[in-house]
Design a protein around this ligand. Structure first.
Ligand code: ARG
Length: 403
């Protein structure tokens, strides 16, 4: 039986009730770990709430730089979009949070980690699989999954134990956010036919109307500057969330396949993530050799699936990461993005390593392409198909149906 538990603490209703509930029902000591992944929060208030709920200590870990560089950076270089849309906002923060939980568990001699996820979602999978990858000896507690309380029950429980709440009764959406984006679920959106109410959008509320252009500079696949101003990755992402989000760009409305077999309607806003992935992919179009680019495209979704499915810490992701890393050697250059109401589009790209050859591409007088070479090339390229068409399609017309 666990004695000292490190809990991934958000300051919300469930994790606050979880502190008290684990103390009362499991007789453990609880250390709350709140990770700053760029969600913005009243950290003093969060610490105070954890204390009132009964935590013996609360640790606030600012992991924004690490999260931006190592986690968002990896997803960006891999152009990893789950089911071709979702830039893995929540999926991506879980492994970095688990890293902090395990660190805290070691430092404070805890023998278990705990999370506040329900049994229906992906996040339980990510917390637990990541924990087992980093610390196979630690126990894992999932109080919210086992307590069987409704939302009303939890609110009543909190009130009974004097745990201060933040207007929990009015909260109808389940929201998870970090500097890579924001996920909004539940409420009326559980009907996939119903349009998300306007009020759910925050990062992408339209605030700018005058179209403008920005230039994003990349070095070896990592964004390093916007409009010539160099900045660390976390800052660059947060700045772009603001600039791009102001044009109402970056919304997703999709039904996705959860790891646990449920189809679920999800809405997201991720202005910087989506704009950066678009720009990065575009820069690859001029800097990656064709076969490398094709192979990379074939692997990108696998990479996204691994992260979505909670396998950030896995040998396959490590190996794919090595491939992606190696592919980025010449992905250096600039991309021009045009921002208009509800839109963000690429309008130009350049690189000192560009493989775009004007002489080869042009239809004008500067053309340096050897047109005569094409004749034999195309004839051989189509030779197999021609042979097939001549023999089998004719034979088929005469032969009986197979079987
Ligand atoms: N469906 C998304 C994912 O699995 C978002 C999860 C958001 N989590 C939350 N607690 N609201 O990554």
């Amino acid at each position: 039986m666990a004695k000292r538990v490190v809990l991934a603490y958000s300051g919300g209703l469930d994790t606050s009730v979880a502190v008290r509930w684990m103390i009362d029902q499991m007789g453990v000591e609880v250390i709350a770990v709140a990770c700053d992944v760029g969600q913005g929060g009243d950290w003093d208030g969060i610490c105070e709430r954890a204390g009132k709920a009964g935590a013996v200590a609360t640790i606030v870990a600012d992991v924004r730089d690490e999260f931006a560089r190592d986690y968002c950076g990896s997803v960006l270089r891999a152009n990893a979009l789950y089911e071709n849309q979702y830039p893995l906002v929540s999926a991506l923060s879980r492994p970095v949070i688990v890293k902090e939980l395990v660190r805290a568990a070691r430092e404070h001699g805890a023998d278990a980690v705990a999370h506040g996820c329900t049994g229906k979602g992906n996040d339980q999978v990510r917390f637990e699989v990541a924990t087992r990858a980093l610390a196979p000896d630690l126990d894992i507690l999932a109080p919210v999954r086992s307590w069987g309380m409704s939302r009303e029950d939890s609110i009543a429980y909190a009130e009974r134990h004097d745990i201060p709440l933040e207007a929990s009764r009015e909260k109808i959406y389940s929201i998870d956010d970090n500097l890579w984006g924001r996920a909004i679920e539940c409420g009326e959106m559980e009907d996939p036919w119903a349009e998300p109410p306007g009020g759910v959008w925050e990062m992408t509320r339209l605030r700018a109307v005058e179209p403008r252009e920005i230039t994003v500079a990349f070095e070896q696949g990592m964004p390093v500057a916007v409009d010539g101003v160099a900045m660390p990755m976390a800052e660059l992402i947060m700045g772009l969330n603001d600039t791009v989000g102001a044009f109402g760009y970056g919304r997703l409305d999709m039904v996705e396949n959860r790891r646990v077999g449920i189809k679920s309607r999800e809405t997201y806003e991720a202005p910087a993530a989506l704009a950066l992935i678009m720009a990065h992919r575009d820069l690859e179009s001029i800097t990656l050799e064709r076969d490398l680019q094709r192979q990379k495209i074939a692997l990108e979704h696998r990479y996204a699936e691994l992260i979505y499915d909670g396998l950030w810490f896995s040998p396959l992701r490590d190996a794919l990461d090595a491939f992606v890393q190696s592919s980025q050697r010449y992905v250096t250059g600039e991309v021009r993005l045009r921002l208009e109401e509800g839109r963000c589009i690429v309008v130009g790209r350049r690189s000192p390593y560009s493989l775009y050859d004007f002489g080869l591409a042009t239809y004008e007088a500067e053309d340096s392409f050897h047109h005569a070479d094409s004749e034999g090339f195309v004839r051989l390229w189509g030779l197999g198909i021609q042979t097939w068409a001549a023999r089998q399609t004719q034979a088929q017309a005469q032969a009986p149906e197979p079987g």
